[in-house]
Design a binder for this molecule. Structure first.
Ligand code: FUB
Ligand code: ZN
Length: 686
């Protein structure tokens, strides 16, 4: 009887979910990763292949080697026999459980592109199932899943607190683990149709929904590290169970609200039920989220929270979240965004700095924070339909994100500085593995960011070679995109199938329109004007109106075999930063298309940190082989200075070679800079 009741409730709540909610509630519909196949041997095809051949196997191996799985099996042992406890090892983290979750998420996306992928001589999907079984074994019977406590409840990880949720607003990461679990489990469910992982996430989420909230007897606490907001929104969409959305909303609405009954103790601020609370910028709890207007604190926490606010806003229709993230976004792109699309100026607190505080060598720019910017800008696009969010997204994607993972997929940056004396090198893994495992899940998810649909229109947001199967209005369409982007700006779209009347909305990138970023933070300083042309079956077409929110709209009757040829002028561009960015004064940065360039030691005999570029630099194109790929280089004239035998300063003409920023640090240690010296006097001005 009970079972039937539970089943009926589940069906009812699934039925109560609107079609809009199934799209995540956004006015623009995502085209999921399951519908897009990226072509091999292309810019992104190479990255996906590296994920399959190197990153995912490496991440699974490291999970095993570093005891991530043992934590779950230890927890299982303790659950079977409570007299057995396991000492939590020094140097481990309370969020180590998330590394297997993230790796499974990446493997799930990859299985779409490589359904027959192998690992350890067997099928990758089977291996994933075996890891899921180990994870399940460590879950407590009421759903709680947190090996940092379950292995040794009396002596849990020293960040975990003495009871469940006690230190979750600090460093226990119990909800961070939940968020990553939900994200991974939903991806695995969509990729495979199997519920073995989803059921684990549901069980833990149910436990949290029961035990955490504002009802009597519940712990009234919010995540110290956000991501559960996004994860629970996804779980709601996958299951139709609205309590997950309500829980995500609770986490947002409760944040930053002080209760008069809380008392300061020697261990921090505690409520009367014994739960710790924090109210500070570090975790974006300095004020209620709806009142926030500046990006502050830990840059990953912040980015994930803003993305979660967008998800909850889309699903609940709460406009005030959107108003808040719109304000915060203006602040980020206007004052806190590196030219590489990275964020987080300071390693102190892994945090956003003050407005215009964008140092280069000490930039933190954590890989995860750049990934979070992709999440945020993607969601703002889905809310507002403006291409400017994709301009920001593309900048992060091609620069700040992929610099975080070596071209061969086997080494990782935690911080991604814009200048180096050789002290920075990618590493094969980190004790705190958040960035490698986040890269492991993010890169294979790339296919989902390429297209989107609204009513009778398909948005083409990113340019790379792929094939998509998508429903536009009532029409099932197969479209192939072929291009050498980002190396040139020529893109061909072919309608393989799907005759009918619909619109293609082609994003005209900001870099074509003369906008470095959607703000005045950076401007092109070379006076060039780039153009573009778009032809349908050889005939040049004009957009139906002016660009619509940054999109060139071709609304017409399409037939099989129709071809759209897009040409974006792509030239080297000189960029200057707003004068208020002290670190970039007297300097220029160079970019071409979506790629930011840098000067690095192996290509240059002069010191790239002190060389002066010309006032009006011109560029030649070249190529360079880096990590078995060919990258396009830019070559320009510059001058270095040395003392001659008489002690006088002697200028030398130099031929300065620049490479794409993402490709730096593949050829040994040495100097690198994105911002090149151009005007010494300005650099020295206060
Ligand atoms: O706290 C979990 C992750 O570890 C954060 O997102 C990263 O910044 C690193 O501190
Ligand atoms: Zn990280």
């Amino acid at each position: 009887m009970k079972k039937i009741w539970i089943w009926t409730m589940a069906v009812m709540s699934a039925i109560s979910m609107s079609a809009q909610d199934k799209n995540g509630g956004y006015p623009i519909t995502q085209v999921p990763f399951t519908k897009v196949k990226v072509a091999p041997n292309t810019f992104w095809g190479q990255r996906l292949q590296a994920s399959q051949e190197v990153t995912i196997p490496l991440a699974f191996s490291k999970n095993e080697e570093t005891g991530r799985y043992t934590n779950f099996s230890n927890a299982a042992e303790h659950l079977k026999d409570p007299s057995k406890v396991f000492t939590i090892k020094e140097g481990t983290f309370s969020f180590d459980d998330t590394d297997p979750y993230k790796t499974i998420e990446g493997a799930s996306y990859l299985l779409q592109t490589y359904p027959n992928a192998k690992f350890k001589g067997g099928r990758l999907d089977k291996y994933v199932d075996s890891v899921i079984a180990v994870i399940a074994s460590g879950q407590e019977s009421d759903g709680y899943l947190y090996t940092s406590r379950t292995q040794n409840p009396q002596h849990p990880h020293n960040w975990s607190g003495t009871k469940r949720w006690e230190r979750v607003e600090d460093l226990s990461h119990e909800f961070y683990n939940l968020g990553h679990l939900c994200e991974a489990a939903v991806a695995h469910y969509y990729a495979t149709g199997k519920k073995n992982f989803l059921n684990i996430a549901i069980k833990y989420a149910d436990c949290v929904c029961r035990e955490v909230g504002d009802k009597p007897g519940q712990a009234s606490v919010v995540p110290g590290h956000q991501i559960a907001e996004m994860g629970l929104a996804k779980l709601y969409i996958a299951t139709g169970d609205k309590k997950y959305l309500d829980q995500a909303k609770f986490f947002l609405d409760k944040r930053g609200k002080r209760d008069a009954a809380w008392k300061m103790t020697p261990y921090g601020l505690y409520d009367t039920d014994g739960y710790y609370h924090r109210l500070d910028e570090y975790s974006q709890s300095h004020k209620p989220v709806l009142e926030q207007d500046e990006a502050v604190g830990h840059a990953v926490r912040a980015g994930y929270m803003y993305a979660g606010m967008a998800d909850v806003a889309a699903l609940t229709g709460e406009q005030r979240y959107i108003d808040a993230i719109d304000r915060i976004w203006e602040n980020i792109v206007g004052k806190k965004f590196y030219i590489t699309g990275g964020v987080g100026a300071t390693s102190s607190g892994e945090a956003f700095g003050k407005n215009y505080e964008l140092p280069n060598m000490s930039a933190y720019c954590e890989t995860c924070a750049a990934i979070a910017q992709v999440y945020l800008n993607y969601r703002l696009f889905l809310l507002h339909g403006d291409s400017k969010y994709y301009d920001a997204l593309e900048r992060s994607l091609y620069n700040g994100v992929i610099s975080g993972i070596s071209i061969d997929g086997g080494n990782f940056f935690y911080p991604n500085p814009l200048q180096s004396r050789g002290q920075h090198q990618r590493q094969a893994w980190f004790g705190c593995a958040c960035c490698p495992s986040n890269a492991a899940r993010f890169i294979p998810s790339l296919p989902q960011y390429i297209y989107a649909v609204k009513d009778n229109s398909l948005y083409i947001n990113l340019f790379n070679s792929n094939t998509v199967n998508v429903k536009i209005g009532k029409q099932n369409v197969t479209l192939t995109q072929q291009t050498n982007y980002p190396w040139n700006g020529d893109v061909t779209l072919t309608i393989d199938n799907g005759a009918g009347h619909y619109a293609l909305n082609i994003r005209i990138p900001g870099w074509v329109k003369g906008e470095v970023v959607p703000s005045n933070l950076y401007t092109y300083a070379d006076g060039k004007r780039l153009g573009y042309t778009i032809k349908v079956n050889g005939q040049e077409v004009t957009s139906n109106s002016q660009l619509n929110n940054g999109y060139f709209v071709i609304d017409r009757q399409w037939k099989k075999g129709d071809k759209v040829k897009i040409h974006f002028d792509m030239e080297p561009r000189v960029v200057r930063a707003d004068r208020q960015v002290a670190a970039d004064r007297g300097r220029i940065a160079i970019e071409r298309g979506p790629l930011v360039y840098c000067a690095e030691h192996p290509d240059n005999s002069c010191d790239v940190l002190s060389v002066l570029v010309n006032q009006h630099p011109t560029f030649q194109m070249g190529t360079q082989s880096i990590a078995k790929t060919t990258v396009q280089t830019l070559i320009t004239d510059a001058q270095s200075f040395a003392f001659n035998a008489e002690g006088k300063i002697q200028p030398h003409d130099e031929r300065l070679v620049l490479i794409p920023y993402y490709a730096w640090a593949h050829r040994g240690r040495g100097n690198m800079t994105v911002w090149l010296l151009q005007d010494i006097n300005t650099v020295l001005q206060p």
